[in-house]
Design a protein around this ligand. Structure first.
Ligand SMILES: Nc1nc2c(ncn2[C@@H]2O[C@H](COP(=O)(O)OP(=O)(O)OP(=O)(O)O)[C@@H](O)[C@H]2O)c(=O)[nH]1
Ligand SMILES: [Mg+2]
Length: 418
């Protein structure tokens, strides 16, 4: 079956540790009957081993032994689900502050953030941090599950207080669509089935909200096609073709394209997908491109259509720092952008973002999990877009030269709320 873009929703869970993200995903999967009997049996057996009573639904996504023992999520768990109206790719992210990096990875490809908050705690600092990161990563729609309503006796005033807090922050972060739902992930209220315990709530269940939210927001298709060259393929009759994953606008045979950073303008002669010719390729497809002019492109170059990206060795960026030691001005790292890796220097730090006030204040270093603004200088030219225009060509990661660990997620430019 062919999937139309709008039929697929990518979502990531966000929120503080223990607020019930994995339980909610488990509940959705169980109540929409997405699990096989043997998976349910395994969850039941694991629940019994840990002595947690009947069924610990967080075990549906918490697959690692350490996760089950500690009762927290560490790695992002991806799950697929489908209902008659839509397919979902679900990234169940960890809430613990130590694993903020994993949350950022999960949220980076999401159309929508499913925010889970404990009604008794409201917006904790880590929930705020997650929401700021989700906003920076380009998420425009949030569904907020105000969870554990069973523990506050289904109190409408407790729910309203959390909704007030959420709406204030959501306005500041400029989310476009916000819906809040009172739920119990544990008991299933307002998750797939409407609850009799919240007669004062008339909105949709979590599943209904997910089924009707805007999808396909992940990539903008109105800002030019971008094909970062991943492989150069030599053809048997001489000549070469270029392979990579397309994003942004569609690419058609006959389109005028520019090869960057060389700045050579040419035309698409042919497009192939797995050996089969195509007239047009759309975002997300890994295609093989034949250009009508003989060129000398290599891995890390970009084939693009108008409006063209920027070729630069210096740019300002927003950085989520995950290194154990602080990031300092002048520091040297490696930068990975699409298919290219280059040495980079932090030329200057313009400031650090206060998670509570969202103000940016002066800084000369960034501590673990802090978000800052910086000017970066790369050794090789990069072909970039502003993150707001293209989430793929506008993003990068920073890598520690010694340990090879990914220590930061970066976005070209600044979000409008900073
Ligand atoms: N009473 C009550 N308990 C809940 C509810 N939802 C989750 N819990 C419990 O809260 C605890 C934490 O749930 P998890 O689903 O593991 O929380 P999480 O948000 O995934 O945690 P991390 O992934 O580690 O951030 C578990 O013991 C759940 O059974 C709820 O609606 N009501
Ligand atoms: Mg979890």
């Amino acid at each position: 079956m062919k999937l139309a873009h709008k039929d697929l929703l990518r979502l990531a869970t966000v929120g503080s540790v223990d607020d019930g993200k994995s339980t909610l995903i488990g509940r959705i999967l169980v109540d929409t009957r997405q699990l096989f009997d043997d998976q349910l049996d395994a969850v039941l057996a694991a629940s019994e081993r840990r002595g947690v009573g009947d069924l610990d639904l967080s075990f549906v996504t918490d697959g690692l032994r350490a996760e089950r023992e500690q009762g927290i999520t560490i790695d992002v768990a991806y799950r697929y689900a489908s209902t008659p109206s839509r397919k979902f790719i679900i990234a169940d992210c960890p809430g613990h502050v130590q694993y903020t990096k994993n949350m950022a990875t999960g949220a980076s490809t999401a159309d929508l953030a499913l925010v889970v908050l404990n009604v008794a705690h409201g917006l904790k600092e880590q929930s705020r941090r997650h929401l700021v990161i989700a906003a920076l990563l380009g998420v425009r729609t949030i569904v907020v599950a105000v969870n554990k309503m069973d523990e506050v006796n289904w109190s409408q005033s407790a729910y309203d207080a959390v909704v007030d807090e959420v709406e204030t922050l959501a306005r500041e972060l400029r989310f476009e669509h916000v819906s809040c739902i009172p739920i119990s992930a544990l008991l299933g209220d307002n998750v797939v089935d409407a609850s009799a315990n919240t007669p004062w709530y008339e909105g949709p269940t979590v599943l209904a909200a997910l089924e009707t939210s805007d999808a396909g927001a992940w990539t903008r298709t109105d800002h030019g096609a971008r094909l970062p060259v991943q492989w150069v393929l030599r053809q048997s009759g001489g000549g070469r073709t270029y392979a990579g994953m397309l994003n942004g606008a569609p690419l058609r045979v006959g389109d005028t394209v520019t090869l960057l950073p060389a700045n050579v303008t040419t035309t698409i002669g042919a497009l192939n997908l797995g050996g089969l010719p195509l007239d047009q390729a759309t975002t997300g497809l890994s295609v093989d491109v034949d250009l009508t002019t003989e060129t000398n492109a290599g891995r890390g170059d970009m084939i693009a259509t108008e409006p063209l990206p920027t070729v630069t060795k210096e740019f300002s960026a927003t950085i989520c720092w995950f290194g154990e030691r602080p990031l300092a001005e002048g520091q040297r790292l490696r930068l990975k952008h699409t298919t290219k890796v280059t040495p980079v220097r932090v030329a200057s730090l313009a400031g650090v973002v206060d998670i509570t006030s969202l103000h940016v204040s002066d800084a000369t270093s960034l501590a673990t999990n802090e978000i800052g603004l910086a000017t970066l200088q790369t050794a090789d030219p990069l072909v970039v877009d502003d993150y707001l225009e293209n989430r793929v060509t506008g993003s990068f990661v920073l890598i520690d030269e010694v340990t090879n660990a990914t220590v930061a997620a970066g976005m070209v430019g600044h979000a409008s709320f900073l």
